[in-house]
Write a protein that binds this ligand. Sequence first.
Ligand SMILES: O=C(O)CCC(=O)C(=O)O
Ligand SMILES: [Fe+2]
Length: 294
Amino acid sequence: MQLTTEQIEEFQNRGVLIAKNALTHEDLQPVIDEICEFIDRRALELKEEGKIEDLCEDEPFETRYGRLFAQYREIGNGLDIMNYRGKAVFDFLQNKNLLNVIESLVGPEIVCNPIQHLRPTPPIRYYEDSSPASHIGPLHQDAGVIMPEAESSDIITCWLPLGDATAEMGCLEVLPGVVKEGYLRHRPEGGTTIYPEDIPEIEPVPMVCYRGDLVLMSRFTPHRGMPNCSDKCRWSMDLRYHPIGHHTGRTGHPDFVVRSRRDPDSVMHDHEEWCRLWIDAFENPKGVVMHRAD
Ligand SMILES: O=C(O)CCC(=O)C(=O)O
Ligand SMILES: [Fe+2]
């Protein structure tokens, strides 16, 4: 689907938009299957190492991760996109339905920004400190987690749930209508976060969404993850896209072209090449990987 003129206007004015049912079951299921394979393998490894007792094999996708996390905090090590580098996730980064929506906002020449995450957010009741207040994420703009040189890059954040992301599950909370204000100062303490005195006085809005929906945000939209007070894991991916030629804001990590009408041959379809780029970035670090805080 492409966004309507009204949706594009809403995005431009509010800095945030939920595109409902933009993705199909077929778009997301391969990613979920790949995650399940990772979890299977990791659980077996950890059992062999004596770190967990129960493989929780009969638990569904929504609850298994939390049950494993309750036994061993580091269950998710190696799962993030740039660490696991699965083929299904790589293919998803250039999913047609996803890019059709992104194209409505940035045009047909599109780069996949290297700031990309797969996040399992387990129920807070599995943590030692299960008070909701201590699980509120730092309020920030994504312009605060990149290099200042990329402040004018038209980077769109696309946050998407792999299951439900209800208010009880701690879906994203955003301050809508912060676009023209531009970059607000961030401080590093407590996770890169907007200086309390600079937070605009706007009522936060929960971005309640479900599998298939996309939450689209501008780089200046203040947002944070909220506590997951449910029994299910909140699974999400947050990806970023921008027009070809704009600064990525993270030169130490690899970006790649995902769509180009002008030069279709520049699109990277090679999963192994993408893996090589990440391995090289980790093994031979060069360029900049920083959060802006000033
Ligand atoms: O998923 C979260 O809890 C926070 C994600 C976030 O800040 C982002 O997607 O930019
Ligand atoms: Fe963010």
